[in-house]
Design a protein around this ligand. Structure first.
Ligand code: GUN
Ligand code: ZN
Length: 466
């Protein structure tokens, strides 16, 4: 691999912008003319070009002009075997799973089918600027082998694991708790910590798990406390009623995962649309994370996530953004940001008190507003923190893995360059943090994955837009 350097305009985060209301720039690190030095895929030096370059005489420099370079995007919640059910018509969560998802995911038991779908999956991630994803697979061993093999080939930092379900599911797609445990064990032995792969114990959701399957998850976590736990929580009202019917000793959905000792650091619950204040508080106290999946929550009609409530400083919850593709109808996290912004705006129609005065909460309302800096923080450093991989990815700090994305603010639908021209008449020579902040908002609201010009993985170009 050797040593190389990238010269261009860089933005990453040194803190959470929500902690700097009124001065979000204080959470950023911006170099209009920066240099990122990479040694064997790892950031070896980073800073202003004029300061860093003299420290590395003779290093081979690649210039990336007229682009904004950010750390690679992190998708906190996505489904590998749903690549082909993207855009399925007409159902809410539970019938959608039965009608579209289980039949398609079952096909991934066949190696050739799984390999083809998995290639599409990774190609789409890279074309969207996503370099890390916490991924659901299926309960089938072959599908999981193919996932980890392809992730290894691409050298991407991925989190995933055998996705178990044995309740409310057709027989052809059900795991047994014994098989779930044994196959998970085999995958953990073979893949956890191999290359950049990390393993997540993955009960699909409490609605789809018998007590025995949940016990198997508990046992795996006890035997491997360093593993991740990835699941769904409180996505859809019908699902929640079903979960509480299965566990009448629990007062809420999170209580079920708590009962089986799964909630703590490295636990992520996807969606969390209907989480109570008490559940947010327990997430926060335990260091557990929610994956906010706005495109899916809208597409499946699940509801409006209360971001501003989850981020209450009294009980700030760790948050990633997830596409939840194919429950979400896009691969691109840029589209998720667009939807997240709109969800916040909708919430604020209630929180400003103009409908019901007693609903007014202006502080929560302020936290719902997804500025571009808040948004891209969630896709990078914030997502990494929520997954406890911020020692590895999410910023350009020295020692981090050099995954990054170069965004073209003039690309995408015809309105994108038009929007950008309003902010920046000439090339990138006049870029300031303020302009970049505005361009990024334009990218998340007006553009789409066509704004992703290049995606780099461990210092290697992994995707170049045609
Ligand atoms: N809950 C359990 N399985 C799934 C799934 O595949 N997608 C979504 N959105 N929710 C789920
Ligand atoms: Zn999901």
């Amino acid at each position: 691999m050797g040593t190389k350097a990238i010269r261009g305009t860089f933005l990453d985060f040194i803190d959470d912008p929500w902690k700097h209301v009124g001065d979000e720039a204080a959470a950023t690190r911006f170099h209009r003319d920066g240099l990122l030095v990479i040694e064997d895929g790892i950031v070896a030096d980073f800073g202003v070009y004029d300061e860093v370059a003299p420290r590395h005489p003779g290093v081979e420099i690649t210039e990336i002009r007229d682009r904004i370079i950010l750390p690679g995007f992190i998708d906190g919640h996505i489904h590998l075997p749903q690549t082909r059910v993207l855009g399925a018509y007409g159902e809410q969560l539970l019938p959608w799973l039965q009608k579209w998802v289980f039949p398609e995911e079952h096909r991934y038991s066949e190696r050739a089918y799984a390999e083809e779908g998995t290639k599409h999956f990774f190609d789409n991630l890279l074309a969207s600027g996503t370099t890390t994803a916490q991924t659901f697979t299926t309960g089938n061993l072959t599908c999981n082998e193919v996932f980890f093999e392809e992730a290894s080939k691409r050298n991407m930092r991925m989190i995933g694991g055998l996705t178990g379900i044995d309740t409310h599911v057709p027989d052809y797609f059900a795991n047994t708790p014994e098989q779930f445990y044994t196959d998970s064990k085999a995958l953990i032995e073979k893949w956890h910590g191999t290359g950049r792969n990390l393993y997540a114990i993955t009960p699909r959701f409490a609605f789809g798990a018998s007590v025995e399957l949940m016990e198997a998850c508990r046992r795996l976590k006890q035997e491997h406390p360093d593993l991740w736990v990835n699941t769904h929580i409180s996505e859809n009202p019908a699902e929640i009623h079903g979960v509480l019917a299965l566990h009448d000793d629990c007062t809420d959905y999170l209580g079920v995962y708590e009962k089986f000792d799964l909630v703590g650091p490295k636990f992520t619950g996807g969606h969390g649309v209907w989480l109570s204040n008490s559940e947010f508080r327990r997430f926060s106290e335990k260091g557990a994370a929610v994956a906010f999946c706005p495109s899916s929550n809208l597409y499946l009609g699940s509801g409006l996530f209360r971001l501003g409530r989850a981020l209450d400083p009294e009980h700030r919850v760790l948050i990633s953004v997830g596409t939840d593709m194919g429950g979400g109808n896009r691969f691109s996290l840029l589209n998720s940001l667009e939807d997240a912004y709109k969800v916040g705006m909708l919430q604020n129609t209630i929180l400003d008190g103009s409908i019901v005065p007693s609903d007014q909460d202006l502080e929560e309302s302020e936290r719902n507003k997804l500025s571009s800096l808040r948004a891209f923080y969630l896709l990078t450093r914030g997502g990494a923190e929520s997954l406890y991989i911020d020692d590895k990815v999410g910023t350009f700090d020295i020692g981090k893995e050099a995954d990054f994305v170069a965004l073209d603010w003039t690309a995408g639908p015809p309105a994108a360059p038009w929007h950008a021209s309003l902010l920046l008449e000439k090339g990138g020579d006049e870029l300031s943090l303020e302009t970049v902040t505005d361009l990024l908002f334009g990218i998340m609201m007006v553009a789409d994955e066509r704004a992703v010009d290049q995606t780099w993985v461990m210092g290697e170009l992994a995707y170049q837009k045609a």
